[in-house]
Design a protein around this ligand. Structure first.
Ligand code: HPA
Length: 289
């Protein structure tokens, strides 16, 4: 599954080179699961044992992370006996990155040999019952970024030109997360994530429009990563940490500090759920349904 070599080298770095460097720094380990940790959620990477942390600045083609709350490191280590690779901080289109840049980190996970990808993010909720600190399992998305990372020449070594996004959020992995959350007594909402370019928060009129269109949460990430992962045939699951009610739904002003505060509350349940999910890869479920 890791078509490294001819065709993999693009304007935005070579996932094979990035993966080789990360693998070497991690003592040759092959992670079973890739995890992207969103705004204020990076603490999970600090739980990894025997961790090799590689700052993005040291990985060819990776830009530095510019967002507070994003450490900007690739961390490979052991969580409850399972080797995982984490991005502690991600790249957003609102930072000015070309959409195609998002191919690099996601294909780096693929080149490292992960079996699946778990994406986390901070999001605003459009549903009053899913308040700050709660978790939402993403079932589908709306792409309101007006672009995507596959625009441009297709790299046939990684995937086909035209990509289907039905069941982009893997039904079996979703079922597993649902069962794990129920078992842990964690309330896990489910819904549609609306990916927005940012860096603006929305207007109240936009939130009303997105709700009418079927959105349950809004955020500024994840969608490009899902698209690249599905193009490469990687299985994906994604969870939003609800950090605030969307604009117009409460009197609490929305800003990045509020996002980080809400993420800190959600991080507790998220950490428990992610740990259980990781452990499920050790118990042999990893390659099943
Ligand atoms: N809107 C967009 N992105 C977000 C929000 C929001 O309300 N909260 C956290 N990320």
């Amino acid at each position: 599954m890791s078509p490294v070599g001819a065709g993999a080298i693009g304007m935005f770095g070579d996932p094979g080179v990035a993966a080789a460097l990360i693998r070497a720094r991690a003592g040759g380990r092959t992670p079973r699961l890739g995890i992207v940790l969103g705004s204020g959620l990076g603490g999970l990477a600090d739980l990894l044992e025997d961790a090799a942390a590689i700052p993005y600045a040291e990985i060819p083609g990776f830009p530095a992370s510019t967002v507070p709350g994003h450490a900007g490191r690739f961390v490979v280590g052991e969580l409850d006996g399972v080797t995982v690779a984490c991005m502690q901080g991600r790249f957003h289109l609102y930072e000015g990155h070309a959409p195609a840049l998002i191919r690099l980190p996601i294909r780096t996970f693929a080149a490292l040999g992960v079996e699946a990808l778990l994406l986390t993010n901070a999001a605003g909720s459009l549903r009053a019952e899913a308040g700050p600190g709660s978790l939402m399992l993403i079932t589908d998305h709306l792409n309101f970024m007006w672009t995507n990372p596959l625009v441009g020449p297709n790299d046939d070594a990684w995937g086909e030109r035209f990509v289907g996004l039905e069941d982009a959020y893997d039904p079996a992995l979703r079922a597993r997360l649902r069962a794990l959350a129920d078992g842990l007594g964690i309330r896990l909402h489910e819904g549609v994530y609306c990916g927005l370019l940012g860096p603006l928060f929305e207007t109240p009129a936009e939130i009303r429009a997105y709700r009418t269109l079927g959105a349950d949460a809004v955020g500024m990430s994840t969608v490009p990563e899902v698209i690249v992962a599905r193009h490469a045939g990687l299985r994906v699951a994604a969870i939003s940490a609800i950090t605030n009610l969307a604009v117009g739904m409460s009197d609490v002003p929305i800003d990045h500090e509020q996002t980080l505060r809400g993420a800190a509350i959600a991080a507790e349940d998220l950490t428990r759920l992610v740990r259980a999910f990781v452990a499920s890869f050790a118990s042999g479920q990893g390659s099943d349904a």
